[in-house]
Design a protein around this ligand. Structure first.
Ligand SMILES: Nc1nc2[nH]c(O)nc2c(=O)[nH]1
Length: 452
């Protein structure tokens, strides 16, 4: 139930840009933040509802910039538990080729529910599987997004380079260029919302250098510019991929990116690990976004994203949980914690702070998705918030609240608000029967792998 003006008052702690004093809380009106109050200050106009946040740490809603929702059906699947990217993909493609619309719906519900409970209010998904019968995959996802009341950047993924043409995926998982581009245009026209407060947006997302043709990369860039939508792909995730690019295109990954017209601030890349100094300079100069996926990169032993060098060069860093076959959790809070630990191994403890990783998961991720209206607690931004309590055993004895969330490993938001509406209350998603969802999803997962 959305009151017309709500005061979230006296937070135990609140994460604001540059540490602006917001200890008096925030006022929300018409789905946006209308006032940020310093300690002791009260709203300028009386509010219809007050929410006492004295037991809560208040964060901007977290933003997930890379996922493959369908992969929740193949978590911890024994044949690939110990495989790196290429054999992992080759083993999983035939399983994923059996995906059905009903299974995708359940998988998307599970992934988004998990994200929401971890304090995430906006998510991206990279869906690149459209075998026979799955032509309406993105339409299925739109329904789920609407039913859960999250914001989403649904990317129209694609694969067009099958095994018989030298690509990695089997032939039954690839589509023709015409089918991909036609559906991309249909989805943009039908679902892409523009401007502040958009709930659903569409981006174009050819899958990776080893699964799409050069033409699809070029045509997608043209289409994205014509419709002013964003571009997304996997790049520089593994050394296998680098070797593939050198062999097939005679180019390193960033040279290939430039050749196909993607070296621009319209683009955000998943992973972005294997770059040399000159490539980092060029990515930064172009304002490319990089989605760091620490857990997946550790699980697949892909490498460590050079986040600080990229940022120093001008690139933007955000966070993503990646698909659930390589994570295998969809918790953005957990991912933020892992980003802190993995990046400390590269840059040391002093440079990678809880504030730093939290800013990647909020402001940085918002910028990757081109969302200037999200990711911060600031007047005029959308009222997307995550509220955590610190009364679990795991926090007992902790001191600094923001550090406690990250270091003690916060698992579940107590309350989540999206566009001024509560979507999670007392740790439960409003209107979702999680128990029933788990039963159906487990059964769908069992059936998907049954013949392998
Ligand atoms: N981590 C992942 N990397 C990928 N590359 C690619 O082509 N597909 C995937 C994927 O599903 N996960």
């Amino acid at each position: 139930m959305c009151a017309s003006r709500i005061w979230i008052k006296n937070p135990q702690a609140i994460f604001t840009p540059d540490g602006v004093d917001a200890r008096g809380g925030i006022v929300i009106e018409a789905g946006k933040i209308s006032e940020v109050l310093a300690a002791g200050v009260t709203p300028s106009i009386p509010c219809d509802t007050n929410f006492d946040a004295r037991d809560h740490v208040v964060l901007p809603g977290l933003i997930n910039t890379h996922h493959h929702f369908y992969q929740t059906l193949t978590r911890a699947w024994a044949p690939v538990v110990n495989e790196p990217l290429f054999p992992w993909l080759k083993t999983l493609y035939p399983v994923w080729a059996k995906l059905t619309p009903e299974a995708l719906k359940l998988a998307s519900q599970v992934a988004m529910a998990e994200l929401l409970l971890s304090g995430c209010t906006t998510t991206s998904d990279h869906h690149y599987l459209f075998p026979e019968g799955m032509e309406n995959a993105i339409d299925v996802q739109v329904e789920v997004v609407n039913s859960l009341g999250m914001r989403a950047m649904l990317t129209r993924g694609s694969m067009s380079l099958g095994e018989q043409d030298g690509g990695l995926p089997p032939q039954q998982t690839v589509q023709s260029g015409e089918a991909i581009l036609e559906d991309s245009q249909r989805l943009i026209r039908r679902y892409h919302q523009r401007g502040e407060g958009a709930w659903i947006q569409i981006a174009l997302a050819p899958c990776s250098p080893f699964s799409v043709t050069e033409e699809i990369m070029q045509e997608s860039a043209r289409l994205a510019a014509a419709h002013d939508v964003r571009l997304h792909t996997h790049l520089a995730e593994t050394l296998d991929e680098e070797a593939f690019c050198l062999e097939r295109f005679g180019l390193r990954t960033v040279d290939y990116l430039e050749k196909v017209g993607w070296l621009s601030d319209r683009t955000w890349l998943a992973h972005g690990i294997h770059f040399n100094a000159d490539e980092i300079r060029r990515l930064g100069a172009a304002g490319v976004g990089i989605c760091h996926c620490p857990v997946s990169n550790m699980r697949l032993a892909s490498g460590i994203c050079p986040t600080l060098e990229l940022e120093e060069a001008g690139a933007i860093i955000g966070l993503g949980v990646d698909g659930s076959a390589s994570n295998d959790a969809s918790s953005l809070m957990f991912e933020t914690r892992q980003a802190l630990y993995l990046q400390r191994l590269r840059y040391g403890a002093k440079r990678i702070t809880p504030q730093k990783v939290m800013s990647w998961a909020t402001q940085g991720s918002a910028r990757l998705l081109g969302r200037h209206d999200l990711g911060e607690i600031r007047v005029g931004k959308q009222a997307d918030l995550a509220l955590f309590r610190l009364d679990d055993l795991r926090f007992s004895g902790s001191h600094d609240p923001l550090s406690a969330l990250i270091l003690c490993g916060a698992e579940r938001a107590d309350r989540v608000m999206v566009g001024g509406e509560w979507r999670v209350v007392d740790g439960e998603i409003c209107g979702l029967d999680c128990e029933r969802l788990k039963v159906l999803h487990r059964e769908a997962a069992k059936q998907l792998v049954a013949t392998f």
